[in-house]
Design a protein around this ligand. Structure first.
Ligand SMILES: Cc1ncc(COP(=O)(O)O)c(C=O)c1O
Length: 419
């Protein structure tokens, strides 16, 4: 029966058709990227009533750790949980040399809110630093300037899949005895000097939310090559109990408590379901194909927009890196012909969806009134908050769609007499 179901599922997906009609078909910011393999694998878990975290999650963890090039991966239910878990481990009283309450953690001002909030959630102080305008990544120079005697960690973000300057940030972290946590939630498969981002820090975190390079619908991962950090992450992911620990038998021997309900640390419930593991093991095999499509699109857009370099800042891939273009950012240079709002309205009227670059400058978000933080001057983050937008970039955007998007931008520039 299951084979019959699988055949039908395959037939269902084979029958789905997609035709791009310029101006009519919406070009969304993200698009579903799963098919029969993911659905059949998920159905296998559902039909066989093996739905809570199990063998498929473990398989995906092992595959993902190998792909990034680290020793340990701990899957969780979101990228936000991954960040909170990583920081909770680094502040855990059981960890020698842990970060104590009030310790400062330097992170970029332009990012997603849940890079920053978890720092405050664990009793530390986020220090927001400016980005480089060309790369949109946390500036290593600004990071160095923001160091204080309270700094305990750096938490760079490979924004939109563009690898940060890991040589410089690594030098700053090593030279000042700081933990390094890479928020790689937008950077699956990006590379810095041939090494995958997510393999440089004490911890790195990934998101597998629907819009990301690969997706488990919701989901996240925390990676490390440090066995001690990994074991604490495994315990804290699930209530602080010992069931997922490698040395659980040895720990159990120390207490006269039912080992199934033995809690050695505080923790959360950040477990993913087996359905998410089922998606992950099939999605990973498609990641390189997805990256290659995103890179082709970005390469095309960057070449075309280069002709309008006096109107837009074209954000480029840096030498010796592989940018994986989570989205395609467009930054408008100040001019008297049009505003960002004009361009957004025009593109949306042509069925091209747009959004800000993540949350823009987080220092300007009202929520930050409730987060004790420190910030330096942030002219570039402020500039991006007002002048940048982000176009969708994913596997559904191919030659026809990407050409249409450029045609629309050119039509707009002519209409506004900007060219
Ligand atoms: C840089 C960054 N960090 C963290 C997250 C949080 O991931 P999630 O949405 O899976 O919670 C995101 C989400 O897009 C992100 O872009």
């Amino acid at each position: 029966m299951q084979e019959q179901i699988n055949r039908l599922v395959k037939e269902w997906f084979d029958k789905q058709s997609y035709e791009f009609v310029p101006g009519k078909t919406k070009i969304p910011l993200s698009a579903p990227q799963y098919g029969a393999p993911e659905v059949c694998e998920a159905l296998d878990s559902l039909l066989n009533i093996k739905v809570t975290m199990g063998e498929k999650v473990r398989r995906f963890e092992k595959m993902y750790a190998e792909y990034i090039g680290v020793e340990h991966a701990v899957m969780v239910n979101s990228g936000s949980s991954a960040n909170l878990l990583a920081l909770s481990v680094l502040t855990n009283p059981m960890l020698d040399g842990r970060i104590k309450q009030g310790g400062e953690i330097i992170t970029p001002a332009v990012t997603w809110p849940t890079t920053i909030y978890p720092i405050a959630n664990v009793g530390c102080v986020p220090v927001l630093v400016d980005i480089d305008l060309e790369t949109l990544d946390m500036s290593a120079g600004e990071t160095e300037k923001a160091l204080s005697d309270k700094t305990r960690a750096l938490m760079p973000v490979h924004l939109l899949g563009n690898p940060c300057d890991m040589k410089e940030l690594g030098r700053i972290a090593d030279g000042n005895n700081l933990f390094l946590i890479e928020d790689s939630c937008e950077a699956h498969g990006s590379e810095y000097w041939g090494k995958k981002t997510g393999s440089f820090g004490d911890f790195s975190t990934f998101s597998f939310y629907f819009a990301h390079h690969i997706s488990t619908i919701e989901g996240g991962m925390i990676l490390t090559s440090n066995e001690r950090l990994a074991e604490l992450a495994r315990a804290m992911r699930t209530f602080g109990w010992i069931r997922d620990l490698r040395n659980r038998n040895e720990i159990a021997g120390r207490y006269d408590i039912d080992e199934r309900f033995l809690f050695v640390t505080t923790g959360y419930n950040f477990r993913p379901t087996e359905i998410q593991g089922a998606f992950g093991i099939h999605q990973l095999g498609r990641l390189e194909e997805f990256i290659s499509i995103r890179r082709k699109n970005a390469d095309y857009w960057s070449k075309q927009l280069q002709d309008y370099g006096d109107i837009f800042i074209v954000h480029k891939e840096k030498p010796n890196t592989r940018h994986v273009w989570y989205g395609y950012p467009v930054t408008i240079r100040p001019n008297d012909k049009f505003t960002r709002r004009d361009l957004i309205q025009f593109l949306e009227s042509r069925n091209i969806e747009t959004r800000p670059v993540m949350a823009g400058n987080m220092a300007e978000q009202p929520s930050m009134e409730h987060v004790v933080h420190r910030k330096d001057s942030l002219p570039n983050a402020e500039f991006v908050m007002r002048n940048s937008l982000f176009l969708g970039n994913h596997h559904m955007i191919r030659e026809e769609e990407r050409e249409y998007m450029i045609r629309c931008i050119e039509e707009f520039l002519r209409f506004k007499k900007a060219v």
